[in-house]
Design a protein. Structure first.
Length: 470
C-alpha cells in the first residue's frame, strides 16, 4: 500500500483492552464504485498516494492499512431523546484504524454502512447512498463555515438494494469512511457506569486525557470534564453561528473532543426560526435549532454523572456549570468570526450578537441566514457590496441601523479576504434542503454526479474564501 512517509498509524484505542470493542468483519459488497474521495483530507494523513484500486481495497473492502490491526465495533450506550438505551454500540460502522494528522492530532478512520456487528439489533448494518451523500455535504459545508467537524474521507457505492422508511425503496447502498478526532462518546462512559465499572471509567478518563486533552493533569477528572465542557460549548456556538441543526443530539452522537459527527437528518436554517427542527421523528422539537445548547448541556450532565464513580460531586458540578458562560463566550467569538470582524471587548461583542439576531428575527423568511453573514462579512468594508446587492431593501430601518452601528464599531479582520472571487458573486453557498434534494435527484434518475461534484468544488472555494479555522 503506497502510503507516504506522513502516514502515521497509531491504533491507540487498543490500549484500553478488549472490553471496549469487538473485532468484526466488513460486509462483502457485490460491487464497489468510488463516488467521492477527499484528497485534501487524505493528504493530511499521508493517504493521498493511493490509486483507485488501492483506495477501494482500503475503504470499500477494508483490507487493513499498514500498522492497523483490523476493524473493531465500539461498545457504547446512550440516551436517545432522553431515553436510556443499553443496546447501542457500532451497529453499522467500525473503527478501521487510527492515524496522526499533519497537526499531530489523533484521528479515527470510522466507517458507516460497513456491515452488521454484534450491535446491529436486527438492523442491516448498511448506509443508503443518499445518506452517505448527505454526510459528505454536511461535513464539507460545516468545515467551510469553521465548525469543528469530522471530514468525509471516502464514499463508495456498494451495489445493494436497501429498504428504508424515509427514502423511496429499494434504495441504493454505500459505505462511508470519515476522519474524526475520536469516536469516544459520552455514551462510552455511560456503558461503563451502567455496569458500575469504576475501573473502566478510570481507564477511559486517562485514555481521553492523555490523547485528546493533554493539558489536563493526570488524575484530574473534573479538569477533564471542564475541558470537554469547554470544547462542547465551542462546538455548539459554532453550530448556532452556522445556522446548523444537527438533528440527533443523543449522548452517543457527542464525543470527548467537541468535534461534531454522524450527520443523519441534519438541516441548515433557511432563516431565523428558533424552533426549526431537523429530524421528522423529533416530534416535540427536543433538538430544535435554539434548543441545541440545552441539549448539549443535558448530555454533559449525563457524562458528569458517570464521572461521579471516580470523582467528587462538587468539583464535577463546578466544571459542568462552566457550560453557560463558556457557551456565551464562544457564541460571541463565533459571530465575530462569521462576520469577519475583530473583538472590541465583551459588551460591544455581545451587542453585535444581539443586534445580528434581532435583524435576522425581524427579517423573517426574506432575510436568509447565510446571505446575511455573506453580505456583511468584514463589516464596513462590505457596506457598498451589501447595500448594492440583492438584499439591499432589507437593510434599512431601526433594527438594521442598530446592527450596522454595532458591526461598524468593530475593525474588519483580514478584510483582504474580500478580494476572493466568491465575494464578487451575489449569493453565497447555502445548503438548504431543496438544494440537497436537487443534488440527489440527478444521481437517482441518471446517475449524474456532476452537480454534486460541482457543489463540492464551490464549497472548497468558499472554505478558502472564508479562511476560518475549525
Ligand atoms: P444513529 O442514530 O445513526 O447515531 O444510530 C443509533 C444507533 O443505531 C447506533 O448504535 C447505530 O449503530 C445503530 N444503527 C443505525 N442504523 C443502523 C442499521 N441500518 N443497521 C444497524 N444498526 C444501525
Ligand atoms: Mg450515531
Amino acid at each position: 500500500m503506497p502510503v507516504t512517509p506522513a502516514y502515521t498509524p497509531e491504533p491507540r484505542f487498543f490500549d484500553l483492552g478488549d472490553e471496549y470493542a469487538d473485532a468484526v468483519r466488513p460486509a462483502d459488497f457485490p460491487t464497489t464504485i468510488l463516488r467521492y474521495r477527499n484528497d485534501r483530507a487524505a493528504a493530511s494523513v499521508g493517504l493521498e498516494g493511493l490509486d483507485e484500486a488501492e483506495w477501494i481495497a482500503a475503504f470499500g473492502r477494508f483490507q487493513p492499512l499498514p500498522g492497523q490491526p483490523g476493524p473493531i465495533a465500539m461498545r457504547y450506550h446512550g440516551h436517545q431523546f432522553r431515553h436510556y438505551n443499553p443496546g447501542l454500540g457500532d451497529g453499522r460502522g467500525f473503527l478501521a484504524g487510527q492515524v496522526r494528522d499533519d497537526r499531530g492530532r489523533l484521528l479515527d478512520l470510522g466507517t458507516k454502512g460497513s456491515g452488521t456487528t454484534p450491535w446491529s439489533r436486527g438492523g442491516d448494518g448498511r448506509l443508503t447512498l443518499k445518506g452517505g451523500m448527505r454526510e459528505v455535504l454536511a461535513a464539507t459545508m460545516l468545515e467551510s463555515l469553521g465548525v469543528p467537524t469530522s471530514r468525509a474521507l471516502s464514499l463508495i457505492e456498494t451495489g445493494e438494494a436497501l429498504e428504508r422508511g424515509d427514502e423511496p425503496s429499494p434504495t441504493r447502498s454505500a459505505v462511508l469512511v470519515r476522519l474524526q478526532h475520536s469516536h469516544v462518546r459520552f455514551g462510552t462512559f455511560q456503558r461503563a457506569a451502567y455496569h458500575q465499572r469504576a475501573d473502566m471509567i478510570e481507564a477511559l478518563v486517562e485514555h481521553v486525557r492523555a490523547l485528546y486533552h493533554p493539558d489536563v493533569a493526570a488524575g484530574d477528572t473534573p479538569g477533564l470534564l471542564a475541558a470537554i465542557v469547554e470544547a462542547s460549548a465551542r462546538l455548539t456556538a459554532r453550530w448556532i453561528a452556522a445556522g446548523f441543526v444537527h438533528g440527533v443530539l443523543n449522548t452517543d452522537n457527542l464525543n470527548v473532543t467537541g468535534e461534531s459527527f454522524d450527520y443523519g437528518p441534519w438541516r441548515f436554517l433557511p432563516a431565523y426560526e428558533p424552533g426549526f427542527t431537523a429530524a421528522y421523528f423529533d416530534q416535540t422539537g427536543l433538538y430544535a435549532f435554539a434548543r441545541q445548547p440545552e441539549a448539549v448541556f443535558w448530555n454533559l450532565t449525563q457524562l458528569a454523572g458517570c464521572l461521579k464513580l471516580v470523582a467528587d460531586v462538587e468539583p464535577l458540578t463546578e466544571a459542568l456549570n462552566g457550560f453557560g458562560p463558556a457557551y456565551i463566550r464562544h457564541l460571541r467569538a463565533a459571530f465575530l468570526m462569521r462576520l469577519g470582524v475583530q473583538s472590541l471587548g465583551e459588551a460591544a461583542d455581545q451587542r453585535l450578537v444581539d443586534t445580528t439576531l434581532a435583524l435576522l428575527r425581524e427579517g423573517g423568511a426574506a432575510l436568509r441566514w447565510e446571505p446575511l453573514f455573506f453580505d456583511w462579512f468584514a463589516g464596513f468594508s462590505s457596506s457598498a457590496r451589501a447595500l448594492g446587492g440583492p438584499r439591499a431593501t432589507l437593510y434599512q430601518g431601526e433594527t438594521f441601523d442598530a446592527f450596522r452601528f454595532a458591526l461598524f464599531e468593530h475593525e474588519p479582520d483580514l478584510p483582504e479576504r474580500l478580494e476572493h472571487p466568491m465575494f464578487a458573486q451575489s449569493e453565497p453557498e447555502e445548503m438548504l434542503i431543496d438544494e440537497v434534494e436537487a443534488l440527489w435527484a440527478p444521481v437517482a434518475t441518471d446517475d449524474d454526479w456532476s452537480p454534486f461534484q460541482a457543489k463540492l468544488a464551490r464549497l472548497e472555494q468558499a472554505r478558502e474564501a472564508w479562511g476560518f479555522e475549525g
